[in-house]
Design a protein around this ligand. Structure first.
Ligand SMILES: Cc1cc2nc3c(=O)[nH]c(=O)nc-3n(C[C@H](O)[C@H](O)[C@H](O)COP(=O)(O)O)c2cc1C
Ligand SMILES: CC(C)CC(=O)C(=O)O
Length: 365
């Protein structure tokens, strides 16, 4: 039998589907309710067209970018995804080494199955041009002392920024997980950042309190308790984007949680222009959701995103081939990004403007 050619992120998803327990595959692949938003994230990129320029490119294009003092080899980062040990025994250790080797930021999930200190140590084992950069994602907790304990832990581990996910007043409902009876980690795995956080906590996923009573006051308290840059992940309404800037956040990660929270919210790339207008250049806006191709990255950057995140493709790489699989996904996207820049007549990622992206021309999908 011919070996599978791993040419696209979709090839990694196919390989992951074969490697994973179907219950875990569904957990990663799935979205909330009818999965309308999950599909919309992809469809929106497909509807946008690129209108390239000619006779103005360069042989070697600049892909690097610095954000929050973190030099990155390209404006692509690993959005936070929970439970990497479901995909591979090495879990987040493998992911962190791959991200460090590729020179990109990994946003560690509060619900990682390896402790943030161990993830940071794994990233430091990789020798590269750039120091490895980790950011830490957290859900604000109704008890601010718990939030502060987490922030202290992530800061001590060397995380360079905090990404506060604000789209989860309650957990999104995934009917795939319900049907499969998946609602907890298997024996032997835990949310290691929550273990012994303040006392003898076991590291259970149920320790993560989703609360509909969180308010801007909780964010203000966090803002004042840390010197790290704070990004909000999951702001969708432009009015909230304005409020976030007024409350002193340092950046936004425009995200609909990969279609896993409120179903039927718009695709992130469709919302990007409105959010950028609301923010008016005061803080960088990053985007995730449905990014699978170099053309997607170029469209988001050209519209004004400072960087883009990928969620599921990282888990597919990890499930398919551990550290090498994640690295392969990142290098595949780097290659596609560079190739798209060349075809667009761009000298690098700083040479992208809105004019390159057009709403869909009829008949072209
Ligand atoms: C399996 C999985 C776990 C996730 N875990 C988290 C998490 O712990 N915290 C969070 O803020 N977002 C989480 N997300 C959302 C991602 O950060 C990201 O917003 C989303 O996956 C981007 O869309 P994409 O998968 O289409 O690239 C998760 C997504 C997936 C698929
Ligand atoms: C609830 C978290 C533990 C994970 C998450 O955000 C997700 O699966 O989308």
């Amino acid at each position: 039998m011919r070996a599978r050619m791993m040419l696209t992120t979709a090839d990694f998803e196919d390989a992951a589907r074969e490697a994973l327990d179907p219950v875990y595959y569904d957990y990663v692949a799935g979205g909330a309710r009818d999965e309308v938003t999950l599909r919309a994230n992809r469809e929106a990129f497909g509807r946008l067209n690129l209108l390239p320029r000619i006779l103005r490119g360069r042989d070697k294009r600049d892909l690097d970018r610095t954000l929050f003092d973190c030099p990155m080899s390209m404006p692509l980062l690993l959005s936070p995804t929970a439970f990497h040990r479901l995909a591979h025994p090495e879990g987040e250790l493998a992911t962190a080494r791959a991200a460090a080797a590729a020179g990109v930021v990994m946003i560690v999930s509060m619900a990682s199955t390896v402790a943030v200190e161990d993830i940071a140590a794994a990233a430091r084992t990789v020798t590269t041009e750039r120091p490895p950069a980790l950011w830490f994602q957290l859900y604000l907790q109704p008890d601010p002392d718990v939030t502060e304990a987490l922030v202290e832990r992530a800061t001590a581990a060397g995380c360079a920024a905090l990404v506060v996910t604000v789209d989860s007043p309650v957990l999104g409902l995934h009917e795939r997980n319900k049907r499969n009876g998946f609602d907890d980690l298997p024996t032997g795995m835990a949310c290691e950042n929550l273990r012994n956080l303040r006392g003898g906590e076991p590291g259970s996923v149920r320790q993560i309190a989703m609360s509909a009573e969180l308010s801007w006051e909780h964010l203000d308290r966090l803002r004042h308790s840390t010197r790290l840059p704070v990004l909000l992940k999951g702001v969708l309404h432009p009015e909230d984007a304005r409020l976030a800037v007024e409350h002193g956040v340092d950046g936004l990660l425009l995200s609909n949680h990969g279609g896993r929270q409120l179903d039927t919210v718009p695709a992130t790339v469709d919302l990007l222009p409105e959010i950028l207008d609301a923010v008016a250049g005061r803080v960088p806006v990053l985007l995730d959701g449905g990014v699978r191709r170099g053309t997607d990255i170029v469209k988001a950057l050209a519209l004004g995103a400072a960087a883009v995140g990928i969620g599921r493709p990282v888990v597919w790489g990890l499930a398919a081939d551990g550290e090498d699989g994640v690295r392969a996904v990142l290098e595949l996207l780097r290659g596609e990004l560079d190739h798209t820049l060349a075809l667009c007549g761009a000298t690098g990622v700083d040479d992208l403007v809105r004019d390159l992206v057009r709403p869909g021309f009829p008949g072209l999908r």
